[in-house]
Design a protein around this ligand. Structure first.
Ligand SMILES: *Cc1c(COP(=O)(O)O)cnc(C)c1O
Length: 366
């Protein structure tokens, strides 16, 4: 079976874990600190704070930005649920803005339409590994004095206009979950250039205590700490991330070369100033394709090829969001994309032979 995602784990990762296990410091310790320093250096930000998931990073980031009761935060309805849940966790209101067909990311024109005097922040999502339209969103954020928290959970190493993902906006959240481009099983990072945001997030992950004065609780906090065991894996992966991303980008090029020209398929488009890091290689299966998307998935499965739908139902149609008054038809582009997208295997573990099998299989059903 050619799986749609696969963690790439070498001997170095295994040895790094064993070394931590033998060191006597297993929970947050020197490896986490080292990861924070190296990660900030990689992203080109002043700070990086390690947490135990991307969700925790988004939660801590929103908290650090001061989001609370009844504050409105605008985000995409076409993303993983963790982009939006932290807004609700802090008592805020989720306001969706439709996406663009070009890059599956939030559409600046739609964002502007959703702004009210209660809007406090925007969470743009770098979906599939491609950065959102930063210039236009940033202009809107500045014009209306809104905070910008980038959901970079899928985009480590992505670039737009020579700037790396994670250094756009006031803060950015990354996930190191097992299927992400860089991973440590479970983990997250928050990057920021702002000393105050960094300190507030550090307290939030550690029960509201500052790291200097224990048992002095500044505010409510969580236990969102990362373990040194996880950090040790992440440190090895950070050294490899550019190679891992390069392999994904090469694989994407090969898939595009093999699939170009098939009637009814729309392939990923990459703007000139972007490095898309292909967390997912996502095509659109339109009505002009010979069989339905669901039939195509079944057929690929028969050929031992995995494929995934990210995401089958936009967030506004799930009960804990739709209860705020959302209904089908509210975000037509997101709804249309949910019916068309199909992600094919693109991970760095694929061989050329496997890539050819994927292409041949799709051509056979086209
Ligand atoms: C993976 C992911 C998250 C959540 O990260 P976890 O580490 O699983 O908590 C949030 N947003 C997006 C877009 C993601 O892909």
């Amino acid at each position: 079976m050619i799986s749609v995602s696969k963690p790439i784990i070498g001997d170095e990762e295994i040895e790094a874990v064993v070394a931590v296990m033998r060191s006597g410091i297993i929970a947050q310790g020197p490896k986490v600190k080292e990861l924070e320093q190296n990660f900030a250096k990689y992203c080109g930000t002043r700070h990086a704070i390690a947490l135990n998931s991307g969700t925790a990073a988004l939660h801590g980031g929103l908290y650090a930005l001061g989001i609370g009761d009844n504050d409105e935060v605008i985000t995409s309805p076409f993303t993983f649920v963790a982009s939006a849940n932290p807004i609700l966790m802090l008592g805020g209101k989720v306001v969706f803005a439709d996406i663009s067909e070009e890059n599956f990311c939030i559409d600046p024109l739609e964002v502007e339409k959703q702004i009210t005097n209660k809007t406090k922040a925007i969470i743009p999502v770098d979906l599939y590994g491609q950065i959102y339209d930063y210039r236009k969103i940033k202009k809107i954020a500045d014009q209306y004095s809104l905070k910008l928290l980038e959901d970079a959970c899928q985009s480590i190493g992505a670039i737009q206009d020579n700037v790396l993902a994670g250094s756009f906006g006031d803060a950015a959240a990354f996930s190191l979950y097992a299927t992400k481009n860089m991973m440590c099983g479970e983990g997250g990072m928050l990057t920021t250039n702002d000393d105050d945001i960094a300190e507030r997030c550090r307290r939030f992950r550690h029960h509201g205590q500052s790291e200097q004065t224990r048992y002095e609780y500044w505010d409510i906090g969580f236990n969102y700490r990362m373990m040194d065991i996880q950090a040790a894996i992440a440190l090895v992966q950070l050294n490899k991330i550019d190679d891992l991303n390069k392999k994904r980008i090469d694989n994407a090029k090969k898939l595009t070369a093999g699939l170009v020209g098939i009637k009814g398929l729309i392939l990923p488009k990459i703007p000139e100033n972007d490095r898309h890091v292909f967390h997912q290689y996502t095509i659109r299966v339109t009505e002009d394709f010979k069989i339905t998307r669901e039939k195509l998935i079944e057929s690929l499965k028969k050929d031992d090829i995995g494929a995934g739908i990210y995401y089958p139902k936009p967030l506004h149609l799930h009960p804990h969001f739709s209860k705020f008054g959302y209904a089908p038809g509210d975000f037509p582009v997101a709804e249309k994309m949910a019916n068309q997208v199909l992600s094919l295997p693109v991970h760095p573990g694929l061989t050329d032979n496997e890539l050819s099998l994927i292409i041949d299989s799709i051509r056979k059903y086209a």
